[in-house]
Design a protein around this ligand. Structure first.
Ligand SMILES: Cc1ncc(COP(=O)(O)O)c(C=O)c1O
Length: 371
């Protein structure tokens, strides 16, 4: 109803009395919602970082350097000198701007090179670049599925998969998290549809656990009837995926950096091994200290706390001890399952890991989260 009021308000002279009262009404509705979020303890504030990304960062308002333990920088490449150099070179050679979407004049040779490199990395026929994973997931389902089809989705899939599925007109089935028996039941129910697509994250980013892809493929081959080739799939996405068709191509500097990051990964296994060893160190020390860490061996290490306010207060106290972590609460994770998601990076040192565990133990005791 208020959308109508606002539209009406905006169409009137800004100074009119009715426009003022419509805007006051909107303000009241918004304030009420914001108060509800604050009251539930799920308010997400944004700390401002004033330095490069990396294991050590500077945070606005905090005088000393801080150890960052909540970045997606698992491989430690976000400030790697060769990656930065590759970005600068692409900027020089190909410019800063995006001149259009891909099919008009937004495809430069570096976009094609990176797509070929990604396909090689994953041993696939082709790959399609999007500005973000969110775009990739929102573009996929609508392009592929019709009302005759069905999609079966893990209940804890990332929001981008959920939103992508919402945008398509296929029938929707939700199976319990990683539960293969439930997936099989839902696959049996879905036999009546033309195509059945099982959608799952590989690694679940809030829980640090990993989908049993082999079992899912096995079930899909028993109930799926047939699989389509990835080559035509990529071609279809280039023709039909709305984020690909209607959003400008990736800026050259980003393409240059991503391409170099893939080169570094393909050159040697050292980065991945270092990340795995540090993850193991963190997980085992935290569990020995009495914390519950969700997931298995993934560098996403969610410290499970339950209460949203507890997670948020503990994260604030971690910052006072020089460790940057964030409390995650609803709607990012289910109600009552608040946590602090720690993310380990290949560029953390063993001392960094130990400092983080010590700070957690101290703060956990302070807040009664540990015996
Ligand atoms: C599992 C998962 N999927 C998708 C995304 C969205 O990625 P992007 O920032 O590329 O849109 C994220 C974000 O971190 C994620 O964790």
């Amino acid at each position: 109803m208020w959308a109508g009021s606002v539209r009406a308000a905006l169409s009137r002279a800004p100074g009119s009395r009715r426009a003022h009262s419509a805007l006051a009404q909107l303000r009241g509705i918004l304030e009420e919602q914001l108060e509800g979020i604050r009251g539930a303890g799920t308010w997400k504030s944004e700390r401002v970082i004033t330095s490069r990304q990396g294991p050590r960062i500077h945070v606005d308002g905090v005088s000393e350097g801080i150890l960052n333990f909540c970045a997606n920088n698992y491989l430690g490449l976000s400030s790697h000198p060769e990656v930065i150099q590759a970005g600068l070179q692409a900027l020089e050679e190909f410019g800063a701007g995006l001149s259009s979407v891909r099919f008009i004049c937004g495809t430069q040779s570096i976009h094609k090179d990176l797509e070929a490199k990604i396909a090689r990395f994953h041993q696939r026929e082709d790959a399609v670049l999007y500005p973000s994973c969110f775009d990739a997931n929102t573009g996929l389902f609508e392009a592929l599925l019709t009302p005759e089809d069905a999609v079966l989705s893990d209940e804890l899939n990332h929001a981008s998969i959920i939103d992508g599925i919402r945008l398509c007109k296929a029938h929707k089935y939700r199976y319990r998290h990683l539960d293969m028996a439930d997936l099989e039941t839902k696959l049996q129910e879905a036999q009546k549809h033309r195509l059945r697509l099982v959608a799952t994250d590989g690694a679940f980013s809030m829980d640090g656990d990993i989908a049993p892809l082999q079992e899912i493929c096995h079930l899909a081959s028993r109930y799926g009837g047939y699989t389509t080739g990835p080559g035509p799939l990529v071609s279809l996405l280039r023709q039909r995926a709305r984020p690909y068709l209607f959003s400008n191509s990736l800026p050259p500097a980003v393409v240059g950096c991503a391409s170099k990051a893939l080169d570094l990964l393909m050159e040697s296994n050292a980065i991945v091994q270092s990340m795995a060893a540090k993850t193991q160190r963190f997980r085992s020390k935290m569990e020995a200290a009495g914390f519950t860490i969700s997931g298995a061996s993934h560098p996403i290490c969610p410290v499970m706390l339950g209460d949203a306010r507890l997670a948020s207060c503990m994260a604030d106290d971690m910052l006072k001890r020089g460790i940057f972590v964030i409390g995650f609460s609803y709607p990012v994770v289910p109600q009552g399952k608040a946590r602090i998601r720690v993310q380990i990076s290949a560029v953390h040192t063993e001392e960094d890991i130990d400092r983080c565990v010590e700070a957690f133990a101290e703060v956990g005791r302070l807040h009664g989260a540990l015996p």
